[in-house]
Design a protein around this ligand. Structure first.
Ligand SMILES: Cc1cc2nc3c(=O)[nH]c(=O)nc-3n(C[C@H](O)[C@H](O)[C@H](O)COP(=O)(O)OP(=O)(O)OC[C@H]3O[C@@H](n4cnc5c(N)ncnc54)[C@H](O)[C@@H]3O)c2cc1C
Length: 415
């Protein structure tokens, strides 16, 4: 069997793995990128495409009794669960709830800030080098408010973020109409978050970054990461093209990372929040200029190359169980009252899995028990946002540079 020798094998070619591979390569390492599919074809393909500079507070477990009661009924469009999955996920949910207390949440926001602050600039560097700037829009996104009460509530929430210096505008009905004429004039107003950048195809962006990696001399191979083994001071993995052999290996397998970490003896409490999308082809003359969020419907509508993409909120269900896109139907009904959506483009909904840790922070850094084993996964709701910056930070740590942000809050041994 042929041997493919390299300094580092990066397992997983989603936005996190591809970005990590690029940053290692930029520091002189020879890198092989490994995936069982093509680059950017799982969760990094189907998300809402927000590089979410305004999400300075992580997505927490709700603590209001009214919200919890609403979720308990299991009928809302934003969060849904499989009843049979609850006993299994309950200990994880308890940890998530605990980490969502005001004090812990403030700690998590402080830890994540150096990453969020760099998310747009890190993407911009890669977009430029990958000649993919045409896929990005500097238009921000809109949080729709159906009623004056909704707008007042969202305004207070935005004002509480004052210390972070985020740029936003409060829009009344006519200002909203000027920005997005297709939105139903019954919508009362919106908050326009101006710092985030959004893209018209997160899958195409991830593929463009992977092509940049190849152009710069990187190698991509298909293999099953679960077969990775360490022997004689090297990591080895059989692939279609021969045996991959590397001194270092990075696990960037998103929601599948624990398939490998468990085999290697690590207990990392990764759970998944599933989500769906569907594209719609709006009638002639109807378009969106930027993504819109309906908090009430728990969905985002994003203008994409394939049509208007409706992405749903959270489904708590086993990672590998069959899709149950009930939320998509509910969200679609609400979305149709906001904008003429036209027909569904695909026959089936797409499903993706957000890799989530209970303290709302990814795992980044050395594994601990195995020399040459590194982790970069668990980016939850913001993996597309954070892939490039966390790729840089890990590459800096692996090559002996001082990372641009402290990686201590992300160490694997915190669990
Ligand atoms: C509906 C929805 C909307 C979202 N919207 C946004 C958004 O607007 N902005 C944002 O920042 N984030 C968003 N996210 C989250 C974001 O998409 C994820 O956090 C991110 O894609 C995770 O990237 P990743 O590279 O870690 O994982 P993935 O993109 O899932 O990549 C993991 C890779 O590992 C590979 N793999 C798995 N198992 C194996 C194996 N055994 N062998 C080889 N390869 C393997 C897979 O094929 C895949 O390519 C959203 C998620 C969902 C579901």
């Amino acid at each position: 069997m042929l041997t493919i020798d390299s300094d580092v094998a990066v397992l997983g070619a989603g936005i996190v793995g591809v970005s990590t591979a690029l940053h290692l390569q930029a520091r002189g390492r020879s890198v092989v990128l490994v995936d069982r599919r093509g680059p950017g074809e799982e969760t990094s393909y189907g998300n809402a495409g927000l590089i979410e500079r305004s999400s300075v507070v992580p997505y927490a477990f709700p603590r209001s009794v009214l919200t919890l009661l609403r979720f308990a009924l299991n009928r809302s469009a934003d969060v849904r669960y499989h009843w049979t999955h609850l006993p299994r996920v309950a200990p994880w949910l308890f940890q998530y709830w605990r980490h969502s207390s005001p004090r812990h949440l403030a700690d998590a926001a402080r830890d994540m800030l150096p990453l969020i602050e760099r998310c747009v600039s890190e993407h911009q560097l890669l977009l430029k080098d990958a000649e993919a700037t045409h896929l990005a829009r500097e238009t921000g996104w809109l949080e729709l408010c159906r009623t004056p009460k909704d707008l007042a509530f969202s305004r207070e929430a935005a004002e509480r973020l004052g210390e972070y210096g985020l740029s936003y505008d409060l829009l009344d009905r006519s200002q909203l109409h000027d920005l997005e004429p297709a939105i139903n004039p019954s919508v009362f107003g919106a908050i326009h978050w101006r710092d985030p950048v959004t893209v018209s195809s997160p899958g195409a962006v991830t593929k463009a970054y992977a092509e940049l990696f190849l152009r710069r001399g990187g190698r991509f191979v298909h293999a099953d990461a679960r077969q990775v083994k360490q022997s004689d001071g090297h990591w080895k993995l059989p692939s279609e093209a021969g045996e991959v052999r590397a001194r270092d290996v990075v696990l960037a397998l998103g929601a599948w990372s624990t398939d490998v970490t468990e085999q290697l003896g690590y207990r990392i409490p990764l759970a998944v929040k599933r989500g769906y999308h569907m594209h719609f082809s709006p009638p002639a003359g109807v378009s969106l200029n930027r993504p819109i969020l309906s908090e009430y419907g728990g969905f985002v509508l994003s203008p994409m190359l394939d049509g208007i993409r409706l992405t749903t909120g959270i489904e708590l269900a086993p990672r590998d169980s069959a899709p149950t896109p009930v939320q998509l139907d509910k969200a679609e009904a609400i979305a149709r009252s906001l904008i003429p959506l036209g027909n569904r483009v695909e026959p089936e909904a797409w499903m993706g899995v957000r890799p989530c840790l209970p303290d709302m922070k990814p795992v980044i850094g050395g594994a601990g028990k195995h020399p040459g084993l590194w982790f970069n996964f668990g980016h939850a709701h913001h993996g597309f946002t954070l892939g490039p910056v966390t790729g840089r930070l890990l590459a800096e740590q692996m090559t002996g540079e001082t990372p641009a942000a402290d990686l201590l809050p992300y160490r694997a041994c915190r669990f």
